[in-house]
Design a protein around this ligand. Structure first.
Ligand code: AMP
Length: 417
């Protein structure tokens, strides 16, 4: 499949080439022709599938570049996502001469007002700030031709939906609407029914399933040894670009400090950090100045960094869908990735819920050479112990042992890594 036969204009094909994309991802080859045809589109796709370009490219071809307010509006739950969408849209807009800008909370209003006054063709926004600006008549949404609702499930989870409804009420009724969501929950389906007109649907990954290319395993360990195990995994395997997730902001700070004290350069990113602190941390991580970024779920969707080799769940998330979103930060755009989860005895319920959601059992592993203080074999009668300790040594499960816990993420790959 090539970008040439999707119906994109030559200047957009130039943009694609200059961004280094050689072939469209499945969501791009599915969505681009549909969006170009003008119909409403629902894309069931996670971040990492190339969905941003899937809506930016055809939308910039469809909209007119006229003065008088943005013609395309993207509403997305986080500032980080705003910035990433703007990055892609700006790269495309350089060729099409469309102007792109973002409005999001946590920063001053004035620069955003100025950018709007200068004129924008595509506006990317978080709901609260957009409503503020619209309420103060700083932005005129009456010319919007295309509305894109990005990460709709996340917006629902985060309670943004009433704001999104208010935004929709400010838009012309005659418009094209595109909706992207990693999961199609009943609430998302209801929104689709209420907001979109005869939408065409494209699913690029089965809903609620992690991207197939990700190798997943859990490392049972006592809660008190999580720091040691995490440090040892990162050092022993020489990991260079790791995203670590914790359940709380406080734990994110503490884990980053612990890793720092062990000589592993790390930064924490979470909702208590100011916008400039988040941008700085992401930037240092992107440039490789720090090897580990420790994050909470609230910011997980916003992290689009090339080449994250490993996602490590220091804590398993309470919401199983968050597991899917977290591990989706690795293995982006067809590359393979690895996701480890540290499993304390109190995390078993979450693990069961996650496995139910993803539809497969995640393999348990030991870290060879790590000195486990406590017995850490999973005390779950449903999950045979596959990692056993023999005379202080760890033995990995052997392929074909036939045990339930020895299956890899449902994709049939061997356990070698
Ligand atoms: P997204 O799902 O939009 O967050 O995109 C995930 C990553 O995939 C981004 O880093 C994009 O630059 C990259 N990407 C998107 N489309 C392609 C493509 N056709 N070929 C290669 N990389 C892509």
């Amino acid at each position: 499949m090539s970008f040439d036969n999707l119906g994109l204009e030559p200047r957009l094909l130039q943009a694609v080439a200059s961004m280094g994309y050689t072939a469209p991802t499945p969501i791009q080859s599915g969505a681009i022709p549909l969006v170009l045809s003008g119909c409403d589109v629902v894309g069931c796709a996670q971040t990492g599938t190339g969905k941003t370009a899937a809506f930016v490219l055809p939308t910039l071809q469809n909209i007119s570049a006229k003065p008088g307010g943005p013609r395309a509006l993207v509403v997305t739950p986080t500032r980080e996502l705003c910035l990433q969408i703007v990055e892609v849209a700006t790269a495309v807009g350089r060729h099409t001469r469309h102007r792109v800008g973002a409005v999001y909370g946590g920063v001053g209003y004035e620069p955003q007002r100025k950018a709007i006054r200068r004129g924008l063709d595509m506006l990317v926004a978080t709901p609260g700030r957009l409503l503020d600006l619209a309420g103060q008549r700083d932005v005129d949404l009456s010319h919007v031709e295309v509305l894109i609702l990005d990460e709709a499930d996340r917006m629902l989870d985060q309670g943004f939906w009433p704001d999104v409804r208010r935004i929709i009420a400010l838009l012309p009724k005659d418009r094209q609407t595109l909706l992207f969501s990693a999961t199609m929950t009943p609430d998302v389906l209801k929104i689709i029914g209420d907001t979109l007109r005869a939408p065409q649907r494209i699913d690029v990954a089965p809903p609620n399933r992690p991207i197939e290319a990700i190798e997943q395993s859990v490392f049972p360990v006592a809660g008190t040894q999580k720091n040691d195990l995490l440090t040892t995994i990162i050092k022993q395997q020489g990991l260079e670009r790791v995203l670590v997730f914790t359940r709380t902001k406080h734990r994110a700070d503490r884990v980053a400090a612990t890793l720092g004290a062990a000589g592993i350069r790390s930064a924490a990113i979470h909702g208590n950090r100011s916008q400039s602190q988040r941008v700085r941390a992401l930037d240092e991580f992107k440039r490789g100045h720090c090897k580990v970024l420790v994050a909470t779920d609230i910011v997980s969707r916003g992290i689009d960094v090339e080449g994250i080799s490993h996602v490590i769940n220091y804590d398993l998330p309470n919401v199983p869908e968050d597991y899917v979103h977290r591990i989706g930060r690795t293995a982006r755009a067809g590359k393979s990735g690895i996701a480890f989860s540290l499993l304390a005895p109190e995390d078993h319920e979450q693990l069961r819920d996650i496995e139910k959601t993803i539809g497969s059992v995640i393999v348990c592993e030991d870290l060879p050479g790590f000195h486990y203080r406590d017995h850490r074999i999973v005390p779950d009668p449903q999950r045979p112990a596959v990692a056993v300790k023999i005379q202080g040594q760890s033995k990995r499960p052997t392929a074909g042992s036939g045990q339930r816990g020895n299956r890899r993420g449902g994709n049939g790959r061997s356990g070698n890594r």
